[in-house]
Design a protein around this ligand. Structure first.
Ligand SMILES: [Zn+2]
Length: 543
């Protein structure tokens, strides 16, 4: 908890509808005290309180990121960086693998992340031979940028007992060549886990070593709360939860974490008698996580119409409808919150259907299930989500990072213009949130807002102008509506007396600056529970 302080001379965006802007606020015992004009707030402040003059800068509630993988991102800090940001050819990636293998020694795992087959000169997937060449004496596993594909070297496949005779797992694919030999490409968690489960479980100490730096990266862009979106994935085990607890005990958990947990792991929590909302103001058990498809750019999303660049193919659901229905009902009946990953409109349809059925059978008055990504939802689907109370969490960075390729490769111009249908969601009166799916894309709520407001692709083109939203709508999706997603709307998401003093000081006002300049706004300070966890430039503190 930070010291009691009086913040004055600020351009405060409270996100409280009846008093949207004001100038000053008091922080006491880690919570907001009086909020209002400087004169009013000063009159209530203790005479010896520290006063911070914010020099007219903008203050917004701390950003709440509702879908990313913080603990997995922490692990990527020590993996080979295979992203297109630093590699243009497969040879560049091989060089990094070779280096890491040399440092690790023979037999040790070499891991990498961020490979994108559509942004590399060769325009193809990695083959196990590429990896074998770079590290003949090490098992190698590389994750695709989407997270939905992995590439295993021959030695890694061997450790995972993946051979020509391995049957295809339900909901995943072991890619095999014409002769029936695995190529190393593993699609979707069911197949990825065959090898990932052989990795040495990252232990608590590794997470303890990496998480503080990863959290600092989040703080620097103004994130004060996050959903860690698939606890237990990619061979992570539950060590990450233990590490979060340790950090909290040591008062080093500089972020509030909502543990969205894979359903296979959630059952262990239920067995312990724990469930939704259990925990503290810093660490809470969140939603049950499931997947119903993969990613459009990996061609593993389930669409209702064929992929633009692959006629006759529209992807597949991960679970048959009956299995999805059963699983959703199981957790819905227990009054748990469910978050299902669905990108393609066929997968979205399947999830809505399952939730409609569960709700009809066991009506829950306060349903807040989430559909994660919800990238190609149709208007009718948005309408049904609104009716049921489902909250879509959109990934507006799709437009920037993949919009051009969605148009030319995966979806074609018509469907590409409608990805991340935020404008339609606003029109339908739907509550929604935004996210960056880090490490799939770098964490940055302001950049996500920028994408949602401007819809400019990497090639500088405007994609689907009618789906743009206002900066206010975008900010709501990172504050009040995001707090609602974790049942914490009375605790955070706006600057109001009694709420947690989580806030961010910005170099400019995102609601009044040029919309195209939102991405240039800098985060000057990030404060959690009254304690400063990031400061770009110190301003005078005087009393
Ligand atoms: Zn994700």
């Amino acid at each position: 908890m930070g010291p009691d302080r009086l913040y004055v001379n600020a351009d405060v965006i409270t996100m409280e509808p009846d008093s949207m802007t004001t100038q000053a606020f008091l922080v006491t015992q880690g919570r907001f005290g009086y909020v209002g004009s400087e004169e009013l707030v000063r009159s209530y402040a203790p005479p010896d309180v520290d006063v911070v003059d914010l020099g007219g800068k903008t203050v917004v509630p701390g950003f709440i990121e509702t879908h990313n993988h913080l603990s997995y991102y922490a692990l990527t800090l020590v993996m080979a960086d295979c992203t297109p940001r630093v590699n243009s050819r497969i040879r560049d990636i091989q060089e990094k693998i070779r280096e890491m293998a040399g440092a690790a020694g023979p037999g040790q795992w070499v891991l990498g992340w961020g490979y994108d087959d559509t942004q590399i000169e060769e325009m193809r997937h990695l083959h196990r031979r590429d990896l074998d060449q770079a590290a003949p004496d090490n098992p190698v596993l590389i994750y695709h940028a989407s997270g939905h594909l992995s590439y295993a070297s021959t030695m890694a496949l061997k450790l995972g007992n993946v051979t020509r005779d391995t049957p295809q797992p339900e909901g995943g694919t072991i890619h095999k060549d014409e002769g029936g030999e695995p190529t190393g490409l593993l699609m979707e968690p069911a197949a990825q886990h065959l090898v990932a489960d052989r990795l040495p479980r990252p232990d608590v100490s590794l997470f303890m070593a990496l998480l503080p730096e990863a959290i600092l990266h989040y703080n620097r862009v103004g994130v004060t709360s996050t959903h860690d979106a698939a606890i237990g994935i990619h061979g992570q085990g539950m060590g990450t939860v233990r590490a979060y607890r340790e950090l909290e005990k040591e008062k080093r958990l500089n972020i509030r974490v909502y543990l969205t947990t894979l359903y296979q792991r959630y059952d262990q929590l239920i067995d312990l008698g724990l469930g939704l909302g259990f925990g503290s103001e810093f660490l809470k058990i969140g939603a049950v996580k499931m997947f119903q498809d993969g990613s459009i750019q990996a061609l593993t999303a389930a669409l209702s119409q064929d992929y633009f660049n692959r006629p006759g193919f529209c992807g597949e659901l991960i679970m048959p409808q009956a299995a999805m229905d059963k699983l959703v009902e199981k957790y819905h009946k227990e009054d748990l919150q469910i978050a299902v990953h669905a990108n393609g409109d066929a997968a979205i349809e399947s999830v809505i259907l399952a939730m409609e059925k569960a709700q009809a059978k066991h009506p829950q008055p306060d349903l807040r299930h989430m559909i994660i990504h919800c990238q190609t939802a149709g208007t009718d689907q948005l309408r049904r989500m609104k009716k049921l109370g489902i909250i879509p969490s959109f990934f507006p960075g799709h437009v920037y990072y993949w919009g051009d390729r969605h148009e030319s490769l995966f979806l074609g111009p018509e469907r590409a213009a409608r990805i991340d249908p935020l404008g339609s969601a606003v029109q339908e009166g739907l509550r929604f949130t935004l996210h960056a799916d880090t490490p799939v894309t770098p964490i940055s709520p302001l950049f996500s807002m920028h994408c949602a407001v401007n819809r400019i692709t990497r090639n500088g083109r405007l994609l689907g102008p009618s789906e743009r939203i206002s900066p206010y709508e975008a900010l709501k999706a990172f504050t009040t509506d995001a707090a609602y997603c974790s049942y914490e709307e009375d605790l955070k998401g706006s600057i109001r007396r009694g709420k947690l003093a989580d806030f961010v000081v910005l170099s400019d006002n995102p609601l009044t600056c040029e919309p195209q300049k939102i991405r240039e706004i800098r985060v000057l300070r990030t404060v959690i529970g009254g304690a400063e966890v990031h400061a770009a430039e110190k301003q005078a503190v005087h009393s």
